[in-house]
Design a protein around this ligand. Structure first.
Ligand code: 6PG
Length: 474
């Protein structure tokens, strides 16, 4: 029997589709699943698409791989992943590679990579984005791990990834947990993108009394311009959907409590540790949390709002489009800041322009917009914030009046727009010459002698607040 080029263990939808994608590209793919029935099913249904080498147990799976072995794990992130890694590692030899294609936490990936490196094995935490369809037809792939593992895996992963203008949506992101970190931030940005879209829909529906179907046309129209993206495209599809059972808009029969598997939460947790204000992702995560408290919502339902509706005319549609674009720039700027901060903290040497490049296709946040981000980093790889890129600065300037009108309208009619509002506050905060942080420093020094620095000389100082209020070098 010929040995397989690469293997996939874990054949739920993502794993199965990834295995099929590999087979369709001419690789002989070893396939394994905890229950053998699923493996047999894959070979029975899709065996004609390429060469699959099925195995009933992990030992046979590992034995069916060419050396150095390349095995991709596609199991639900968590404790189960450790168990599979341990079993695989025991069966492998130095130089072999274990790829974790699930949404693992980057800290787990760092820990696993270090442990396997000790044993001479390569552990490659790899972000894979694009859902079921992407896994099959070309996802965006974000591998971490060693340079040696990239040499052995890179050509295959690039081959099966999405391509934009002929460029693969896959690069070696960086060592150890870098791939999973970048995927995590991708997901955080995905949360933020969706929150901004949801706010746009909600505000227009409440303010204008527009129907979901009418708003589907608005999003379709927006998708022809600078907002052109997968998420805007599918928003139109979801808003257009009519529930077969009731004849109502689909969006009106879905329970309005947004769930999450946790990558958005992780992004915010990591941002807090790194000291990076990812307010867009945080507001998106908290908005999901707010929606998920029906008992509090029921208790608060009788609280009074402003009692206004029907404010704003058709011009609000264009204002919201501009607010959405401006807020999106802020959300991405924050996410890219977080990647830059993590790169410094963990010594990853991330190429931010390359991250924008591999998100242009295949993944959930794919958008025209990412070309502009790539161009911004091409023009200045050391850009301190995307907001300072001349193209984005001009776009923010052009959109800011509409953005302010949108936030004002939302506040007036009592529609919550935490994404729009916090993005605007971030923009206004970052551009300020002087921030009230000076007063906060004064207060900290008053109650806790925490000291402060002065604008006109070096060093730290303390004022004797409880005594004669003279200042002393700290
Ligand atoms: C992707 C997605 C995917 C993620 C879902 C669900 O890039 O293909 O990000 O990895 O699992 O979007 O995320 P939540 O359940 O947390 O919303």
């Amino acid at each position: 029997m010929d040995l397989a080029d690469i293997g996939v263990t874990g054949l739920a939808t993502m794993g199965r589709n990834l295995a099929r994608n590999l087979a369709r590209h001419g690789y002989a793919v070893a396939v394994h699943n905890r229950t053998y029935g699923r493996t047999q099913q894959l070979v029975k249904e899709f065996g004609g698409e390429g060469t699959f080498v099925p195995s009933e147990d992990l030992a046979a799976f590992v034995a069916s791989l060419k050396r150095p072995r390349r095995a991709i794990i596609m199991v639900k992130a968590g404790a189960g992943t450790d168990a599979v890694i341990d079993q695989l590692a025991d069966l492998m030899e130095p130089g072999d590679m274990i790829v974790d294609g699930g949404n693992a936490h980057f800290d787990d990936t760092r820990r696993r990579e270090a442990a396997l490196r000790e044993r001479g094995l390569h552990f490659v935490g790899t972000g894979i984005s694009g859902g079921e369809e992407g896994a099959l037809n070309g996802p965006s792939i974000m591998p971490g791990g060693s340079k040696e593992s990239w040499e052995a895996l890179g050509p295959i992963l690039q081959d099966i990834s999405a391509k934009v203008d002929g460029v693969p949506c896959c690069v070696h992101v960086g060592p150890d947990g870098a791939g999973h970190f970048v995927k995590m931030v991708h997901n955080g940005i995905e949360y933020s993108d969706m929150q901004l879209i949801a706010e746009s829909y909600d505000l227009l529906r409440q303010a204008l009394g527009a129907t979901p179907a009418e708003l589907a046309s608005v999003f379709r129209e927006w998708n022809r311009g600078e907002l052109d993206s997968y998420l805007i495209e599918i928003t139109a599809e979801v808003l257009d959907q009519v529930d077969a059972e009731t004849g109502k808009p689909f969006v009106d029969v879905v329970v309005d409590q947004a769930e999450q598997k946790g990558t958005g939460r992780w992004t915010v947790q990591s941002a807090l540790d790194l000291g990076v204000p990812v307010t867009g992702i945080a507001e998106a995560t908290f908005a999901r949390a707010l929606s998920g408290h029906p008992e509090q919502r029921a208790a608060a339902a009788s609280l009074q709002g402003p009692g206004l509706s029907g404010v704003g005319g058709r011009e609000l549609v264009e204002d919201v489009r501009q607010a959405l674009y401006a807020s999106k720039i802020v959300a991405y700027a924050q996410g890219f800041d977080q990647m830059a901060a993590a790169s410094r903290e963990y010594g990853w040497d991330l190429d931010l322009g390359a991250m924008a490049t591999i998100w242009r296709g295949g993944c959930i946040i794919r958008a025209k917009f990412l070309d502009r981000i790539r161009a911004a980093y091409d023009a200045n790889p050391a850009l301190p914030t995307l907001l300072a890129d001349p193209t984005f600065a001009a776009a923010l300037d052009a959109g800011q009046e509409a953005w302010r009108r949108v936030v004002t309208t939302a506040v007036q009619i009592g529609v919550p727009t935490p994404g729009f509002s916090s993005a605007l506050a971030y923009y206004d905060g970052l551009r300020r010459d002087r921030l009230p942080a000076a007063l906060i420093q004064g207060l900290r020094d008053y109650f806790g002698a925490h000291t402060y620095r002065r604008v006109d000389k070096e060093g730290s100082f303390h004022t004797d607040w409880s005594g004669d209020r003279t200042e002393h070098p700290a």
